[in-house]
Write a new protein. Structure first.
Length: 250
């Protein structure tokens, strides 16, 4: 698929496409071929958008922003694991600067507005053979800017929402630029973990009852630690969840 246009935002070089199967898939291939740090791929629609845990991400044309960012940082894997929550903070701040609804974060990678998911983040990495440090990371960001004219598919109605009530001229371009600039600023605090203060402040889970998946354990969220692990308390124990998923109990 040929590029529509190429431009720069801050320290990023952006290549925009009309339609791709997945921006993450293309950027991982470019990374393997030697693409430099700061390469960004944006698609106006995706036929195979990806979410965590093998799920698909609904990516219709005209109402969303589908973007992947390549980072080449010689950092420990323990630091690289913070890229997803860092990106969540960057996107939330960028959306609100563009006039969106108030954005909250559901651990670890989903952004919510008015109780519905408006953005998902998927980070895929290649690590060095010894497993100790990062070769590259591709951070995929899919944002529902406004609701599609035909509404959301039946399987996600009631769960999917949009960051904005309606479209406006240049909205997608403004959100893309603000997201990249915000991401660039946040990256400066990844090792100090200063961004976690904002991440915690935006959490929609604190002091709420959740189901820990796939175990099905009921617990109450009591905090997020400095490694961005979710701290939950069951009737008999306190657990630190490093990965996985939680579902809010209604």
């Amino acid at each position: 698929m040929p590029e529509i246009k190429r431009y720069r935002v801050g320290g990023f070089t952006v290549a925009e496409y009309d339609n791709l199967d997945s921006t993450n898939n293309l950027l991982k291939k470019l990374a393997s071929d030697g693409a430099p740090d700061g390469t960004v791929v944006i698609a106006r629609s995706q036929t195979g958008g990806k979410g965590r845990l093998g799920r698909s991400f609904f990516s219709p044309e005209g109402c969303g922003l589908y973007m992947s960012v390549l980072l080449r940082r010689n950092v420990p894997v323990s630091i690289a694991k913070l890229l997803t929550p860092l990106a969540a903070v960057a996107v939330a701040e960028a959306l609100e600067r563009c006039g969106s609804k108030r954005i909250g974060i559901k651990w670890v990678n989903d952004l919510y507005a008015d109780g519905k998911k408006v953005c998902g983040i998927l980070t895929e990495t290649q690590v060095r053979p010894n497993g100790g440090s990062l070769v590259w990371a591709v951070v995929g960001i899919g944002i529902n800017l406004f609701e599609p004219s035909g509404g959301y598919p039946e399987d996600i109605i009631g769960r999917a929402g949009a960051a904005f009530a309606e479209n406006a001229d240049g909205l997608r371009e403004r959100v893309a630029a603000e997201t990249l600039l915000s991401f660039e600023r946040c990256l400066g605090s990844i090792e100090s973990k200063a961004f976690l203060t904002e991440y915690r402040a935006r959490s929609i889970l604190y002091n709420r009852e959740v189901t820990v998946l796939p175990a099905g354990i009921t617990a109450r969220v009591v905090g997020i630690d400095d490694d961005c692990r979710l701290i939950v308390r069951t009737e008999s124990d306190e657990l630190c969840l490093e990965s996985g998923e939680v579902s809010l109990k209604l």
